[in-house]
Design a protein around this ligand. Structure first.
Ligand SMILES: [Mn+2]
Length: 422
């Protein structure tokens, strides 16, 4: 019985800038910035620990041409550790590190092979009976299916196709070597090692077609666990395909529900609990969170008035969570409690009400009694919280005659459904 393991990785995007954190000045920023390097170190460690025979990297080792030489140096050091452990490495260039995009390149010593970009190439590992077929991207965009030119499978070998592709069919605007699962399976290979799609995807209905996904999430659209895929092959048959995480920073979208909360104090208490639970659930990783504050709540207006202070409060609570939680962004999506009547008034009713308010604006006696009636009530409200300064001044001066026409307009808009949605 012959058995071997290999690691399939893709989309390392080494030293990719992490989006959405540019203005983030927290302590963890350096750790977050170096995440793609430490994830690469984890990939190397996983390969060595599982004693794999070889590692396939199916495109986008880099995010583009190196900004500094240290990006290439870091990659060289990682790949060097693999070959020092007798692990062979097969590289393919994707759209981000296409031959025409990279202005500098690594030397490729024995033990590291790269698929050519001019035509598909094959590498054989005779003692394992493995054949790998692949073609690198020559340019950033490849609008055609590359697989028809891929070689036919080598008989009695375990055949692996390596390809960077959007796997999205042959649409009009496809620019990343489009193809279909059917076309891939028609090649009669034993495994398709793909790259480009950053979500992990393992299709096993027939020849396995696998995207390991990005090695380390780079922004809030790349949430959840990220890593590589470990494949075990026994007697030329796939025994298992196992995802293994390599990421060191995890992106997470959290929904915090404010429904039923009645004070900022209770909100802070509940949010503190929420973040402590999150810290416990994500204890293994520094977690960067987009906090979406939602729900129907009487705190709707109060939350908006808080401005940047609300984010600061959430950051402090995250810092006190007992884990490593950083806030990427706080998004307010609450809605106010609605106290409108259930039936919409008729146009006649609105017109009649409007007439009453209009008449009232000219009725001195009515305005005075209105002021007398309202005063005790207004004194119990903190109007500074809800009224703009100009309105506040007029209320204090009992200038009802100037307030009523505006009120009339707003009220009629709101009743007829033309006003701003709540
Ligand atoms: Mn990519």
């Amino acid at each position: 019985m012959s058995s071997f393991r290999f690691l399939h990785a893709a989309d390392l995007h080494l030293d990719s800038p992490l989006k959405g954190l540019e203005r983030h000045d927290d302590l963890s920023i350096d750790r977050i910035r170096s995440a793609s390097r430490r994830a690469l170190d984890n990939m190397v460690r996983v390969a060595i620990e599982h004693e794999v025979a070889f590692v396939i990297i199916a495109g986008d080792l880099y995010d583009g041409s190196w900004k500094t030489i240290s990006t290439g140096h870091y990659m060289a050091s990682a790949l060097g550790r693999l070959i020092a452990h007798g692990i062979r490495v097969f590289l393919l260039q994707g759209n981000h590190d296409a031959a025409s995009v990279l202005t500098r390149d690594l030397p490729l010593p024995a033990g590291i092979d790269r698929f050519p970009s001019s035509n598909p190439g094959s590498f054989l590992i005779d003692h394992l009976g493995v054949a790998l077929h692949g073609q690198s991207f020559a340019n950033r965009h490849i609008p055609h299916d590359m697989t028809p030119a891929y070689p036919t499978s080598v008989q009695d070998y375990f055949n692996i196709g390596v390809l960077h592709t959007s796997l999205s069919g042959h649409g009009q605007h496809e620019t990343y070597a489009p193809c279909t699962p059917e076309a891939l399976r028609a090649k009669n290979y034993d495994y398709w090692a793909l790259g480009h799609v950053h979500e992990r995807m393992i299709l096993t209905d027939g020849t396995p077609i696998v995207f390991p996904g990005v090695l380390q999430g780079r922004h809030i659209r790349e949430t959840g666990e990220k890593g590589v895929v470990l494949v075990t092959v026994t007697d030329h048959r796939i025994e298992s395909i196992t995802p293994i995480t390599c990421d060191v920073v995890r992106w997470h979208v959290a929904h915090f529900d404010c429904t039923g909360l009645e004070s900022m104090a209770s909100l802070e208490e509940r949010l503190g609990d929420f973040l402590r639970d999150m810290a416990r659930d994500h204890a293994s990783h520094l977690t960067v969170v987009r906090l979406i504050v939602e729900g129907t709540t009487q705190l709707h207006d109060a939350l908006r008035r808080q401005g940047p202070a609300l984010r600061e409060t959430a950051q402090h609570l995250a810092a006190m969570s007992g884990g490593e939680i950083e806030l990427e962004k706080l998004v307010l999506k609450t809605s106010p409690l609605v106290t409108q009547s259930l039936t919409r008034p008729t146009e006649d009713e609105i017109f009649a009400l409007s007439g009453l308010i209009h008449d009232a604006a000219g009725d001195e006696a009515l305005l005075k009694s209105l002021g007398d009636e309202l005063d005790p009530f207004l004194n119990t409200l903190n109007l500074g919280d809800i009224a703009p300064d100009s309105l506040l001044a007029r209320i204090r001066q009992h200038d009802w005659g100037s307030i009523l026409p505006e009120l009339n307009e707003a009220l009629c808009d709101s009743l007829s459904g033309m006003g701003d949605a709540p």
